[in-house]
Design a protein around this ligand. Structure first.
Ligand SMILES: Cc1ncc(COP(=O)(O)O)c(C=O)c1O
Length: 386
């Protein structure tokens, strides 16, 4: 059930309508939650409307998959039970001895799955500074099959030049992947730069309300899409109809929420950059950020994520104990402001030496700026910094 929308419709209209239309049976305007595992068949080899079994396809899930594909300007969307399940599906595209190039500063779970699980299937990895194409070229070898980039990176907000990576991947026949979780398709659309695959943790901005987990793979490459759909069917790590519905409700307001996240984050980054107790601040919207110009070129705005360093763990503990509005918790991208300490929380799976090399120090704090009144957030941070 999908409206036939013109190719020219704009982001906000896609966010609300793409992948959905009124129920043909009763006219329900909102997509129902199809809580069914199986479907009536009209005869042998005659599934009604193509649905046979919900591990393979489910109408609520299909609506979300088409909605997300449309938002990323891709042809195919496949959703999973978490961002990690979506990322894991990519590994099934590879064979033993294949080599993958990763951004060195990356979500801790992506590092963990590579180093503790994929490694056992004889896949090889290089974690390099993908902001520098020379570093990428140095580790490329005849077995390299995939390049996986996170931009902005979690948590140090480095920006990789998506077009350069896409050109490099095309020249060397690699599958190029961008984890677009931090930016969302509202701020950045990697497929438009020639990237093959976009992955998302739907748990974050796309759902936006911190009340479900999900992941997505989006591509315009028919062969990759067929393979990933086959993995959904064989392995079954798919998103439930209820969580698909929650996320579909979230994407309807993505554009509005992202505008507010960006506005609040810019004001908070400006406030933090005036504070003497802060040793370093990472936000691509600040002109002091080393890749500010690149971020401006490839992103519509700079997002809602900021990291800053207050020196050491003792300071971090004192700071988080004083917060009243911001909540100390893992995750990001919800309407509420969350504060996290990457070294002991989201990035604890990365060995300390590696963390230090990537700037994930004991004094580093990550803030997922919510859409509360920004003055209340600044007051909260100000009194905690005292
Ligand atoms: C950039 C990024 N990618 C992927 C993931 C994994 O997503 P999930 O927690 O939904 O499995 C996360 C989780 O924090 C993330 O920050």
């Amino acid at each position: 059930m999908s409206k036939s929308l013109s190719n020219k419709i704009r982001f906000a209209t896609k966010a609300i309508h793409a992948g959905q239309s009124a129920d043909p049976n009763n006219g329900a305007v909102m997509m129902p939650i199809y809580l069914t595992s199986t479907y009536l068949q009209d005869g042998i080899e005659k599934p009604r409307q193509g649905y046979e079994y919900s591990r393979v396809t489910n109408p609520t899930r299909t609506a979300l998959e088409n909605n997300l594909a449309s938002l990323e300007d891709g042809k195919y969307g496949m959703v999973f039970g978490s961002g990690m399940a979506a990322i894991d599906s990519l590994f099934h595209l590879l064979k033993p001895n294949d080599h993958i190039i990763f951004s060195k500063s990356i979500y801790g779970g992506s590092y963990r799955i590579a180093n503790s699980i994929w490694k056992n299937f004889n896949l090889n990895f290089s974690f390099v500074d993908t902001t520098n194409i020379n570093e990428v070229e140095k580790v490329f070898n005849k077995n390299t099959k995939m390049i996986f980039v996170e931009t902005p990176t979690n948590p140090t907000m480095e920006i990789t030049d998506i077009k350069l990576i896409s050109n490099f991947a095309k020249k060397n026949k690699l599958i190029s992947v961008v984890d677009n979780t931090f930016a969302t398709p509202y701020l950045q659309q990697p497929l438009k730069f020639g990237i093959d695959v976009v992955v998302h943790s739907l748990t974050k901005y796309l759902n936006g309300h911190s009340d479900m987990l999900g992941g997505a793979v989006i591509t315009s490459d028919k062969k990759i899409a067929e393979q990933i759909k086959y993995f959904q069917k064989c392995i079954g790590g798919i998103l439930s109809p209820f969580d698909s519905w929650l996320c579909l409700r979230g994407t309807k307001t993505l554009h509005i929420r992202m505008e507010e996240h960006c506005k609040n984050a810019m004001k908070i980054a400006e406030f933090l950059s005036q504070e003497k107790k802060i040793k370093k601040i990472f936000y691509p919207g600040l002109t002091s950020h080393p890749q500010h110009k690149l971020a401006k070129r490839q992103m519509k705005n700079f997002g809602g994520m900021i990291s800053f360093d207050i020196g050491n763990l003792k300071n971090v503990k004192k700071f988080v104990d004083k917060l009243k509005v911001c909540t100390l918790a893992e995750s990001l991208g919800g309407v509420e402001t969350l504060i996290c300490h990457p070294a002991t929380m989201t990035h604890s799976a990365i060995p300390k030496e590696e963390r230090d090399k990537s700037g994930i120090t004991e004094g580093l704090i990550r803030i997922s700026v919510g859409i509360e009144n920004v003055n209340d957030l600044i007051d909260d941070l100000k009194s905690a910094l005292k």
